[in-house]
Design a protein around this ligand. Sequence first.
Ligand code: CMX
Length: 135
Amino acid sequence: MFEKIDHIGIAVSDLEKSINFYRDKMGLEFKGTEIVDEQKVKVAFFPVGESKIELLEPTDPNGPVGKYIEKKGEGVHHLSFRVSNIEAKLEQLKEQGVTLIDETPRYGAGGAKIAFLHPKSTGGVLVELCEREPE
Ligand code: CMX
């Protein structure tokens, strides 16, 4: 049911500056940006092997990434696991007492179905489940 680490989400306050680091200094392939209104972020994608780095710049200081940067500063924000059946996995985790932020999936970057687990019930890591068509 778990297929791979889909991406690592990194909260950044200046997307252009961070793109410059990952693309021009690290030399990663840059796959462009997308605004995800529902999550109040602008996202930049860098594939690395089977996974991706996703840089997340807040488009609204009151959104989840804006609040995160204000409290903790820039850094790793969430870990996303690719699953084949997100609804079934959410149901299973709920039965096991895991606190879900999203009881049903929403749409995230790249048209993926996504849902988050609360960091209070995962040992301090914001975990995302993600289901999407294979690239
Ligand atoms: N990783 C680990 N812990 C986190 C966290 C994160 N990314 N964000 C918040 N927390 C912790 C806080 O440190 C805080 O802990 P303490 O109570 O010990 O201080 C606790 O969670 C509550 O945090 P908060 O600042 O009061 O924020 P909220 O409860 O309002 O929201 C959360 C936290 C996780 C529920 C909210 O950020 C959320 O719903 N996130 C899911 C959506 C999201 O992050 N979207 C952006 C990415 C979208 C994409 O990939 O497309």
